[in-house]
Design a protein around this ligand. Structure first.
Ligand code: ADP
Length: 256
């Protein structure tokens, strides 16, 4: 059984009253389990052929380049980019099934936070030359956590900032120490998010509805994965956004 509660709020977002009901979730749970099982098997099976297609594409690109055939080499390069996108989508699906079945693993150790942020920026900037990523790194020191997973969270926030803002617009990434936390924010000047959607975007498969879904490709998993990672590391993640003006996504992690 599950208790479903809905809060009735006034104009100032204060809760006036709770409405609750009991729902039988046995079937629901079983469906969820089957969905996770399917997603796990499907994404696992997709991974292997995509990996070999990528290897073939790379070999062919190299062969064309050696033969001086730049035109075909460039085509293969484009193909490689699309394979990377496919790989990322499959990777996200795999991660979600791991999260949902409690199998996402973490490797905790101390690392230089700024260096990691610089590495993310370099990698993201390499594939998206149209945006200018500006950095204001005011936190110095080490953080104890899973470097790779935090790298993944920041990559997600940065690629979203790029995806949901016009070409050539500015993106600012800043870090600072806030009492016993390190805080990182990514600010963009893009489409922004409506107030009533701001909590929901962290749910799995949730995407802001409207014509947008067609304009911006994606599965609606990046923010869910990011928030699960941050929560697992005892941190917080949130967004400030004004529709039509832009968004600032931040997360904070505890320092030891
Ligand atoms: P995806 O981008 O694949 O849809 P995410 O989980 O990363 O999945 O994001 C969920 C939704 O949140 C997006 O579909 C989009 O509507 C909204 N969103 C995320 N980042 C931004 C941003 N920087 N600006 C505006 N909307 C955003």
């Amino acid at each position: 059984w599950m208790v479903r509660a809905i809060a009735l709020k006034d104009d100032n977002d204060n809760i006036i009253k709770w409405y609750g009901s009991n729902i039988d979730i046995t079937d629901h749970k079983e469906l969820e389990r089957q969905k996770d099982n399917f997603l796990g098997v499907a994404s696992h099976e997709l991974k292997t052929p995509v990996t070999s297609i990528k290897a073939y594409a790379q070999v062919m690109e190299m062969m064309f380049r050696r033969a001086g055939d730049t035109k075909n080499a460039e085509l293969l390069g484009k193909m490689d980019n699309q394979i990377n996108r496919l790989n990322n989508l499959i990777g996200d699906l795999l991660e979600v099934t791991k999260i949902n079945t409690g199998r996402l693993q973490f490797v905790i150790s101390p690392f230089n936070f700024n260096q990691m942020v610089e590495d993310v920026i370099e990698e993201v900037q390499r594939t998206s030359l149209k945006h200018k990523i500006q950095k204001e790194l005011r936190f110095e020191g080490e953080v104890t956590g899973d470097r790779e997973r935090i790298f993944q969270v920041i990559t997600n926030l940065l690629t979203n900032a790029i995806k949901y803002s016009p070409d050539a617009s500015r993106i600012i990434i800043y870090t600072e120490r806030n009492e016993n936390e390190v805080q990182l924010c990514v600010q963009d000047f893009g489409i922004g998010i409506r107030r009533d959607q701001q909590d929901r975007i962290f749910e799995q498969f949730y995407r802001v509805s409207g014509s947008r879904e067609h304009t911006f490709p994606g599965l609606g998993l990046g923010l869910y994965i990011s928030s699960e990672i941050v929560k697992h590391l005892n941190g917080r993640i949130w967004v400030n956004s004004v529709e039509g003006k832009g968004s600032t996504f931040c997360f904070a992690l505890p320092l030891q």
